[in-house]
Ligand binder design. Structure first.
Ligand code: AMP
Length: 511
């Protein structure tokens, strides 16, 4: 039987899991170093010799310039992750090396070639980042069954420990790089997402950076650190942060130009210097609470914690202040996402290929009913000079989501309108173009001479698989245009219609 796996491609650590056929539960696979967690680190000796994982992370102190960590933060950007022997490596290429290493670990353990995978991404990842993750997976030789939101994966895992049917749960996932929240209603048959929220720039590594800054300004004033000393300080700060989750005080030494300096940090000092980050995370939770109340959800049955950074006591305290009477569940915080991804992968194969016999006990796996974590709209003039994104499908709409709006031509005898499609994290009707991400564009030709402010009917349909369909229609000349674009996964050239033409504009939106 062909095995399928789940991968949690994390900012600091990654994990790979499969489903134990006898228990139906997710199990993590050990890497070559015997650990279930593989540091998301790549250390290049040169183009041919590359170390991946925990050894690579530890080598950062010796090779700070050629060791790449936190590459997930660069995914979906144009940034270069590394330059080795004058060759540039994109974030996708570096991530592909990590994925390839996890693939090999799975193949060793499961004693067969592995192709099919579910990879998790932050629920709050935008289309570019999702697409970059797909590209990395394809480069690593995978066939991606689906990209699954990390908190939802954690819920799939928790649901195999104890059935959550009838419960409304909130998953609070604070990993190395991102904060990700999902609230869902669980039934016997399905997981129904209700609200997704998060922050792509709030994770454990930000707490490390705040502590490093505090140590530098308090203990290392006027001391220049070389690259090795900087790296040692970064490692020690992360260790201190972890220790302070258990202890009230920690002492350690760091390298300075002319010797070593002793440093003592109390939990109180740590919490003071990271207070802004805690507030930032808790604001996301408070906003989500408000959105949930607007949707009529004022009671949660359980909050599931996942991601290593939720071990900081300040996180649980902060959550308990916002949701004082809700049970908090925090088992298996580092591995829940990979295990849940493996469970979902099995369910996915079972549902899509029902004739292929699966030996695992996954027949009861629940269907996932998604909401969109982003809003989708098109650009139009608001007044004569101001162009904005007019969101048609709003964040947290249930999928599939369908919306139709009427726009108007900008001037007399306009021959064409451009329909520029944008994605944004805003939940408002209007969004600044600079705050949104263009994901595609199509053009509607107009037949005949029509006056200014003639109606253009635009409809949008966002499917559960992330495919966004656009239709534009001009009635008097009976012309139309259709286009589709993928918001979650890899684009084929045929998928995205981008024509390099002069852009004419759509005028003012009817509210
Ligand atoms: P993950 O992406 O779930 O592997 O989370 C990694 C983040 O969790 C890193 O920033 C770690 O430093 C952090 N982390 C792991 N264990 C602890 C702990 N005991 N206390 C505080 N942070 C931790």
């Amino acid at each position: 039987m062909e095995k399928v796996i789940g991968i949690d491609l994390g900012t600091t650590n990654s994990a790979v899991a499969f489903v134990d056929p006898f228990t139906g539960k997710g199990e993590c696979i050990s890497n070559k170093e015997g650990s279930n967690l593989t540091a998301s680190a790549v250390c290049f000796q040169n183009r041919e010799e590359v170390m991946i994982g925990n050894t690579a992370r530890d080598c950062k102190i010796i090779y700070p310039d050629t060791t790449v960590t936190l590459v997930k933060r660069l995914m979906g950007t144009e940034k270069v992750a590394a330059i080795i022997d004058e060759k540039e490596y994109s974030p996708q290429q570096v991530s592909a090396l990590i994925l390839k290493s996890l693939k090999e670990d799975a193949e060793n353990e499961l004693e067969q070639k592995i192709k099919k995978v579910v990879i998790t991404v932050p629920a709050y990842f935008d289309s570019n980042r999702r697409q970059a993750t797909m590209e990395a997976a394809v480069q690593a030789g995978f066939e991606v069954l689906d990209l699954l939101d990390e908190p939802v994966a954690a819920l799939y895992h928790a649901d195999t420990i104890k059935n959550h049917a009838g419960k409304t749960v909130l998953i609070f996932d604070l990993g190395g790089g991102t904060l990700d929240l999902v609230c869902a209603r669980v039934t016997e048959e399905a997981i129904d997402e209700i609200v997704i929220s998060g922050d792509n720039y709030c994770g454990g590594s930000d707490w490390d950076n705040a502590l490093i800054e505090y140590i530098k300004t308090t203990y290392l004033k006027n001391i220049d650190l070389d690259a090795a000393a900087e790296q040692e300080l970064a490692n020690k700060a992360e260790m201190a942060k972890k220790a302070l989750s258990k202890k009230n005080e920690i002492k350690f030494t760091v390298m300075t130009g002319n010797g070593r300096k002793e440093i003592k940090i109390t939990r109180e000092e740590f919490e003071n210097c990271t207070e802004k980050l805690l507030n930032r995370a808790m604001t996301v939770l408070e906003d989500m609470k408000e959105t949930l109340i607007e949707k009529g959800i004022d009671h949660l049955d359980q909050i599931i914690l996942c991601g290593g950074a939720t071990r900081m006591p300040q996180i649980e305290q902060g959550i308990a202040e916002i949701y004082p009477d809700v049970e908090i569940f925090g088992k298996d915080r580092d591995q829940a996402v990979a295990k849940g991804a493996a469970i979902y992968a099995e369910a996915f194969v079972k549902e899509k290929q029902p004739t292929v016999k699966r030996e695992s006990k996954v027949s009861t796996i629940k269907k996932l009913n998604r909401v969109t974590s982003r809003s989708y709209g098109i650009v139009a003039f608001i007044g004569d000079n101001e162009r904005k994104v007019c969101n048609m499908i709003l964040q947290n709409s249930q999928l599939p989501a369908i919306q139709e709006e009427v726009f108007y031509t900008h001037y007399d005898n306009q021959k064409q309108v451009s329909i520029e499609v944008f994605e944004s994290a805003a939940n408002n009707y209007y969004e600044e173009i600079s705050e949104a991400l263009e994901i595609g564009k199509c053009f509607l030709d107009i037949d005949g001479n029509i006056p200014q402010h003639s109606p253009i009917i635009v409809s949008m349909r966002l499917e559960e698989n992330g495919m966004l369909y656009i239709h534009g229609y001009e009635e008097s000349g009976n012309t139309e245009v259709t286009a589709h674009m993928q918001t979650q996964a890899l684009l084929s050239e045929d998928d995205l219609i981008i024509e390099k033409q002069q852009v004419d504009d759509i005028y003012v939106k009817v509210v």
